[in-house]
Design a protein around this ligand. Structure first.
Ligand SMILES: [Zn+2]
Length: 209
């Protein structure tokens, strides 16, 4: 049975894989393929709204609301100079904003809820959105192709280095400009890099759905 400690290792492994193979906005081809394969290996049936995102749903035994949990997939045109053993293998591209962590978190949640669907009342739609860095292109494409259809709520989150490790910041409603009716979660994980500065200079980047 899946427990929290092996969920942690699963997410670390995912994050390091994604970190080594970053792809910029609209070029998330191998990232998407990898996610689809992982979801299929779990016995799930991934699908897409826009052709560029990846979605999957897990329903509970009882009827209820549909909630979306969304992560982004794209990296930045940045050279990595960290020297980490799992540093980017793609010259000039790096997951410098933490979206590798976001995908790892979402996949970890999917592992968890696949085994614990009895804890779901209603349905969870897990959404991997493409092209977040190119605001608002990826989000608009997902919305316009029905990504929010039948959803009662959507949760977005972003790793956030200023928070102490292990703490979660929560905010309901607008978070920076142009983002409305969201509950925003800020997480912090070890090994975060340049995300903080970029977010301050481009405040729309948190979430554009
Ligand atoms: Zn970001």
């Amino acid at each position: 049975m899946l427990n929290i400690s092996n969920l942690h290792q699963i997410m670390v492994d995912y994050r390091r894989h994604f970190h080594q193979y970053p792809e910029v906005s609209y070029d998330e081809v191998n990232t998407r393929k990898y996610i689809i394969k992982e979801l299929e290996n779990l016995g799930l049936k991934p699908f897409t709204f826009s052709g560029k995102d990846v979605a999957v749903e897990i329903a509970g035994q009882q009827p209820g609301k549909t909630v979306i949990i969304r992560a982004d997939m794209d990296a930045l045109p940045v050279f990595e100079e960290t020297g980490l053993p799992f540093a980017s293998k793609i010259d000039g591209v790096m997951h410098a904003c933490g979206h590798d962590g976001h995908m790892a978190i979402l996949l970890g949640l999917i592992h968890y809820f696949k085994e614990h669907s009895d804890k779901i009342v209603g349905k969870i739609r897990f959404l991997f959105q493409h092209a977040e860095e190119d605001v608002p292109a990826g989000a608009i494409e997902v919305v316009n192709s029905g990504g929010l259809k039948d959803a009662d709520a959507i949760f977005g989150f972003h790793l956030w280095e200023p928070l102490e490790l292990g703490k979660i910041g929560v905010r309901s409603g607008q978070q920076w400009q142009g983002v409305i009716n969201l509950l925003s979660l800020f997480l912090v994980m070890e090994g975060m890099g340049q995300c903080q500065m970029k977010l301050w200079t481009r405040p729309l980047l948190l979430l554009s759905l």
